[in-house]
Design a protein around this ligand. Structure first.
Ligand code: ADP
Length: 383
């Protein structure tokens, strides 16, 4: 069976007319972020903020039109809002910390679309990977710890709803409480506050998620959690660059994204897919972290370059991404991560902790520099 293409999707969407403007939505430039992956299609329809609530029939019609194409297995269309200039998103206002002055007070460029932030949360940054098992969650946890060590107030949202592993990696058990019956209190350990589907459902329970469920779970974890005042909220995205990840990247008001990859995956271009995904939704990629970069022998301390060294750095340069650093494949990282005792928190004097702290400081610095700070992205009105 030949797979559906982006062109076919756009051709189908040309049949959808905006009733108020009398032209098709492709010609009007309302369609963005079209992604097609093995028959799963996702795209966004941009509308003026005020029109959002009336546009649900149009969104449904667009989904239906694409769904009718041969080879399409699922379609996710989201409505995104063009920012009205009088309705700016809450802007992160970083406090100077860890030696970084932060000015996030500049306005977004040229009326670009803006998503509402989370009150009290100054910047939201995604941690993503092209595929599973590369150490994304381990890296997210240790980055969070590194940021805590830099004096930041840090939250960690485990959006990897298919395999939530953050509770185990932080060593948190129990269920989040709610003081007002509306908002969940995040769980707290090692100086970070955290929310994960894993608190609500045991890690080994197979969960079958459908697109809208994924989105409403994510929205709840973002908006119905009493995050409090945070300098940064790290979001551990599910692995991959498919429609779920794309929609998540669109729904969350991200200040930037960090991509975690192993050396061989960088070569296999998984990292490039991640980069493209964030570019599609206008989220700046702050850089790439190479995990399991080299092997530290636990007996003799010898460093083995299992994969040719320097390739990832070169590849990152080629892609125009900053190479944020390399983390070795080391048993101490695995053990501490799997025991719920993140190495950056429990062995702060170790070489690994220092590596994570350095990367954490660099990410924070980039957020303040304007590279990743406040690029606005679409605001979702209706799911
Ligand atoms: P992902 O989130 O990408 O699926 P995880 O963070 O769950 O990956 O890591 C997968 C496994 O690899 C875990 O057992 C973790 O402890 C281990 N791991 C991750 N990074 C390293 C590393 N740098 N050295 C050794 N083991 C690692």
């Amino acid at each position: 069976m030949s797979g559906v293409t982006e062109q076919q999707v756009l051709a189908a969407l040309k049949n959808i007319t905006d009733p108020e403007k009398g032209q098709d939505i492709v010609a009007l430039g309302m369609v963005s972020g079209v992604t097609v992956r093995e028959g799963h299609v996702a795209f966004a329809i941009e509308v003026d903020a005020q029109r959002g609530p009336r546009m649900e029939p149009l969104r449904k019609a667009a989904e239906k039109a694409v769904d009718a194409l041969p080879g399409v297995l699922s379609v996710t269309a989201v409505l995104t809002a063009q920012a009205a200039s009088r309705n700016p998103a809450p802007r992160p206002t970083h406090v100077a910390s860890a030696g970084q002055p932060h000015d996030h007070s500049h306005a977004p460029a040229g009326g670009a679309p803006v998503k509402p932030g989370i009150p009290g949360v100054r910047a939201i940054v995604a941690v993503a990977s092209g595929k599973g098992g590369v150490g994304k969650s381990t890296t997210a946890v240790n980055l969070a710890m590194g940021m805590v060590a830099c004096g930041l107030k840090v939250g960690l949202l485990d959006a990897d709803i298919y395999g939530p592993s953050i509770p185990r990696m932080l060593g948190i058990t129990g269920k989040p409480a709610s003081h007002d019956g509306k908002h969940l209190q995040p769980m707290s350990r090692w100086g970070v506050v955290c929310m994960s589907m894993g608190f609500l459902v045991p890690e080994d329970t197979p969960m079958i998620w459908r697109g809208p469920m994924v989105m409403s779970a994510l929205q709840q974890m973002l908006r119905d959690v009493a995050w409090g005042e945070l300098d940064i909220l790290l979001v551990d995205l599910p692995p991959g660059t498919g429609d779920a990840q794309l929609t998540m990247a669109q729904q969350v008001p991200l200040a930037g994204a960090v991509i975690v990859s192993t050396p061989q995956d960088i070569a296999l271009l998984d990292a490039r897919k991640g980069l493209n995904m964030f570019r599609k939704v206008d989220v700046p990629v702050l850089g790439i972290i190479e995990n399991m970069s080299y092997f530290n022998c636990p007996n003799c301390g010898h460093r083995s370059e299992i994969f040719s060294h320097g390739g990832a750095h070169k590849e990152a340069d080629k892609l125009g991404m900053e190479f944020l650093g390399e983390i070795p494949l080391d048993i101490a990282i695995r053990e501490t991560s799997d025991e719920g005792k993140p190495i950056t928190a429990t062995q702060p004097g170790s070489q690994h902790a220092e590596l994570y702290r350095k990367i954490a400081a660099r990410v924070w610095e980039k957020l303040g520099s304007g590279d990743g700070g406040l690029r606005p992205a679409p605001r979702i009105l209706v799911q």
